[in-house]
Design a protein around this ligand. Structure first.
Ligand code: ATP
Length: 291
């Protein structure tokens, strides 16, 4: 099982959304991190065969998906960023409908839907109208529809938007448990969404792939670049303009500003252990993008 993205670019009129992105993916979760407008959704839509690259090629097990999209579609599960449900349907009716759209036989669909409702903890609510569901419950229905055909490639675009912290954790665990025999691509701008579950992380900014690496290596790459600076409140804005600020916490002795910088920002700055968030900020801002 292999998904290869080769020098893919996408332009909309004169606007470049994606610029020469190359990646080779094997089974497991890959976290796709990037600020708003980085090109993540554009890439996801091309992987989901909804759009085609302007230049470059995407192959699924060696087959060009622009030429033969149906080969990948049979094995694809996709939860788009703007996934909507029909409020007047129940999960059972909605999943039945989606299964029919995906060409599953009624018998296979019924077995699979029951399995998924169980896995996603929706069995008790199978006959309630979706209109009354919470954001987290709707996301679980979205995930259920993306898994109907037991896909080898699962693409989830910003899936945790609108979820509460508990739902977010449960959702991450679910994705982890699904990743053994498939490629799972999880796109987000929230570092903690991918930190615990993605053994590899791709960072995008301004339509480019900034880096593709393991979280440990990313964290290591900013060791001795993360500083704690204690500053008066009046100096915060100036600091923010000059440096990449990871966080600022008000304490009794002043503001503790966490700065990611190659050089010591001020004489009494002290080094802090680096985190994935620091590495992400460092990589994205080094491209001149706003994290
Ligand atoms: N259909 C389109 N027509 C014109 N420009 C587009 C279109 N789709 C995306 N873009 C532009 O391409 C760039 C990348 O957008 P994209 O939605 O892929 O980014 P993203 O990383 O997914 O960000 P977000 O998290 O905000 O969705 C943005 O500047 C966006 O305005």
């Amino acid at each position: 099982m292999e998904l290869q993205i080769e020098q893919v670019s996408k332009t909309y009129g004169s606007k470049s959304a994606l610029n020469g992105v190359s990646l080779k993916l094997k089974p497991g979760v890959v976290g796709l991190l990037g600020p708003n407008g980085a090109g993540k959704s554009t890439l996801m839509r091309m992987l989901a065969t909804i759009e085609q690259p302007t230049t470059g090629k995407i192959t699924w097990n060696g087959v060009d998906i622009a030429r033969q999209p149906q080969i990948l579609r049979q094995e694809l599960g996709y939860l788009p960023q703007d996934f909507g449900v029909y409020p007047n349907l129940t999960p059972l009716e909605f999943l039945d409908y989606m299964a029919a759209m995906k060409g599953l036989s009624a018998k296979t669909a019924r077995t699979r839907i029951n399995e998924l409702l169980e896995i996603l903890n929706l069995s008790h609510d199978r006959k309630r109208l979706l209109g009354g569901f919470s954001g987290g419950m709707r996301q679980r229905v979205g995930i259920a529809q993306s898994l109907l055909n037991d896909p080898s490639l699962l693409i989830v675009d910003e899936p945790t938007v609108g979820l509460d912290p508990g739902e977010r954790i449960r959702f991450r665990n679910l994705l982890s448990s699904l990743s053994a025999e498939r490629i799972v691509i999880l796109s987000t701008h929230i570092v903690t969404d991918v930190e615990s579950i993605a053994p590899t992380i791709a960072i995008m900014a301004k339509g480019r792939l900034v880096t593709y690496a393991e979280p440990e290596n990313l964290i290591q790459s900013v060791e001795e670049k993360v500083w704690n600076c204690i500053i008066p409140a009046a100096a915060l804005q100036d600091m923010q303009e000059k440096y990449t600020l990871s966080s600022a916490i008000q304490r009794s002795d002043g503001i503790h500003a966490r700065i990611v910088s190659d050089l010591r920002p001020m004489p009494n700055a002290t080094l802090l252990p680096s985190s994935l968030e620091d590495a992400y900020l460092y990589r994205v801002s080094s491209l001149g993008a706003t994290p």
